[in-house]
Design a protein around this ligand. Structure first.
Ligand code: F6R
Length: 584
């Protein structure tokens, strides 16, 4: 959620470095931002609400130590006062924080009202606690004691006017340190570090990092024991985080999908070990949130139709309430782009505590989920910067298809089908005219329904998700068979209904659903391998077997994107949403 960036080192423009650093983390979603830089006599602070894109830093001092933050409001409204960094009463301690200090009220009371608060946040109490502790303790110890007093999932980064170090500690919320040459970095997200270093360490829960110009010391926050760290080397390139000439990240990422599908199916699928794990398990459970959950749901169809196996799919935030049956024979496969989604991490930790084996298909290597997994498989989609998931979802679907064919001992058939689907996806991306025309008709609509049976059901849910999250039009994806059980009541003259009718056993029933909708006045947009007279508008998606779901979803992504652009909205940063959902 919130973005964090910190710098200490040989350069004297630390404030600018961290300001640029949080700009690269903009995609995470935020409503305000702030910078604190250590200067000779004080801590320079600039905070602002709104977008950072066009903002400038006003006369920052020469400084070799600075921290910056993008805030996504939880406690206290979107105001300049509530933006981070927060200072203590003496203005010599500055903190930035991600997460929720659940006992902040109790901690405030324990400070006996002797401190003056300037914000409504839970975070500010940490600055005042450090202020108290620093009266008798060294700075890093003051931060450690403060962190130990805070309950909840948190990442805290602190600086002190008289101490040339950045002290950071995490439990739950992600932090990653970057090792440079006479300079060190800290960020909430490894993508932000790419311009400076690829040598990083993802902090584990309860690890504390003390950054000075020449070193990063990692200690256990409970025992104070020093840890020996071998840095992880990031494989992503800096270029992967640029827009590559596209107007938005979403467009760029959407265009990358055909190649990603080929890379996964032909080279990088770690299907063998996962296939073995599934064969050995007594009960396999796919879990994920949002779009990742729709990939899980699609997985149940792939496993059933291709591998003739049953697999369960559950929304990760609900899995927690139905995992009493998990044991040491269970296999949980967690799907995630960020690998930091709090509800997913919680569910995985609980399943792990019950002895379950944990596999994951995750895009950010080294993320919390990656490290928690016994068998992590990389999505290999490269950094995904737009809030709405496109290429990562496609990568997950590709993995699940390849895995299902591998379970069925039909790997080559899987590769062929995915190749065809990649070609079809490329064709759709390069022929967007019909989709663009349709988008202009949808701009003023309040509701759009998307229906399909079988694999088209998760596809319908995903298309609806893309439309609502970036264009703000209410869209509902549902199993076509469910229409008559309630939702049909909402369909009236002119309601746009997208009917997914691929060349599979669901075709006839999907066309019947289209007829039913049309009889109530709906405008039917058919996405199918062949034209049908019931369709008012037709978008062709050629048959690619079970992998047809991917080009079908890509049509939905393009439609959502074009409606959004027509409406003058920014598809990369939808309101109220964040790329990485690290709070419950
Ligand atoms: C929708 C979208 C979200 C994510 C969800 C899970 O376009 O991006 O629904 O799929 O927040 O995030 P990850 O995959 O990071 O666990």
């Amino acid at each position: 959620m919130c973005g964090i960036f910190g710098y200490i080192g040989k350069r004297s423009d630390a404030a600018d470095i961290v300001f640029e650093g949080i700009k690269t983390l903009e995609y995470r979603g935020y409503d305000s931002w702030g910078v604190a830089a250590l200067s000779k006599n004080n801590i320079f602070v600039q905070k602002q609400i709104g977008k950072i894109g066009d903002a400038t830093l006003h006369t920052p001092p020469l400084s070799s130590l600075a921290i910056a933050h993008t805030r996504w409001a939880t406690h206290g409204g979107v105001t300049k006062e509530n933006a981070h960094p927060h200072l203590d009463c003496t203005k010599s301690v500055a903190i930035i924080h991600n997460g929720i200090i659940e006992n902040y009220d109790t901690l405030k009371k324990q400070l006996h009202g002797t401190h003056i608060y300037t914000s409504e946040t839970d975070s500010e109490v940490a600055a005042h606690l450090i202020e108290e502790h620093i009266k008798t303790l060294p700075f890093s110890e003051a931060v450690r004691q403060t962190f130990l007093a805070c309950s909840g999932s948190n990442a805290l980064v602190a600086i002190h006017q008289k101490t040339n170090e950045i002290v950071a500690v995490r439990n739950g919320s992600p932090l990653v340190v970057g090792y440079g040459d006479n300079e060190q970095f800290i960020a909430s997200d490894a993508a932000g570090l790419l311009p400076y270093t690829k040598n990083v360490h993802f902090l584990e829960d309860n690890e504390m990092a003390i950054l000075t110009q020449n070193s990063i010391e990692i200690i256990d926050v409970q025992t104070k024991a020093k840890k020996k760290i071998v840095p992880t080397v990031l494989t992503w390139t800096r270029a992967a985080t640029n827009k590559a000439g596209f107007a938005t990240y979403m467009e760029k990422e959407l265009h990358e999908q055909p190649d990603i599908m080929l890379n996964i199916s032909l080279e990088t699928t770690n299907a063998t070990s996962l296939t073995k794990a599934i064969r050995e398990a007594r009960g396999t459970y796919l879990i994920g949130c949002g779009s990742a959950y729709y990939a899980c749901l699609a997985g149940t169809y792939f496993f059933s139709t291709i591998a003739k196996r049953h697999i369960n799919a559950t929304v990760a935030s609900e899995f927690t309430y139905q995992e009493d049956f998990i044991n040491d024979k269970s296999l949980v496969i967690a799907l995630s782009q960020s690998g930091e989604t709090m509800d997913l991490i919680d569910a995985v930790k609980r399943a792990k505590a019950k002895g379950a084996r944990i596999a994951s298909v995750v895009n950010v290597e080294g993320s919390t989920l990656w490290r928690l997994s016994d068998l992590p498989v990389s999505c290999n989609a490269g950094p995904e910067m737009a809030v709405a998931s496109t290429k990562d979802l496609t990568a997950k679907l590709t993995h699940l298809i390849a895995l299902s064919y591998s379970l069925a001992d039909k790997k080559d058939e899987g590769i062929m089908i995915l190749k065809n689907a990649s070609l079809e996806t490329r064709r759709i991306i390069s022929n967007q005219n019909v989709i663009a025309q349709l988008a202009t008709q949808f701009v003023k609509k309040e509701h759009i329904f998307i229906v399909g049976r079988g694999l088209s059901y998760p596809a319908a849910m995903e298309i609806a998700m893309k439309i609502k999250e970036i264009s703000y039009i209410h869209a509902e994806g549902l199993a076509a068979g469910e229409l008559k059980h309630g939702t049909l009541a909402l369909v009236e003259k002119g309601t746009p209904c997208i009917v997914l009718a691929p060349h599979d056993e669901t075709y006839g029933a999907n066309i019947a659903a289209a007829m039913e909708l049309k009889a109530r006045g709906a405008i039917i947009i058919g996405i199918s391998h062949t034209k049908h007279e019931v369709f008012d508008h037709y978008i062709e998606v050629k048959d690619c077997g079970p992998a047809t779901i991917i080009p079908t979803i890509v049509v939905g992504q393009l439609l959502a994107l074009k409606i959004t652009i027509e409406k003058g909205l920014d598809p990369d940063k939808p309101r109220n949403l964040a790329k990485s959902v690290t709070v419950k």
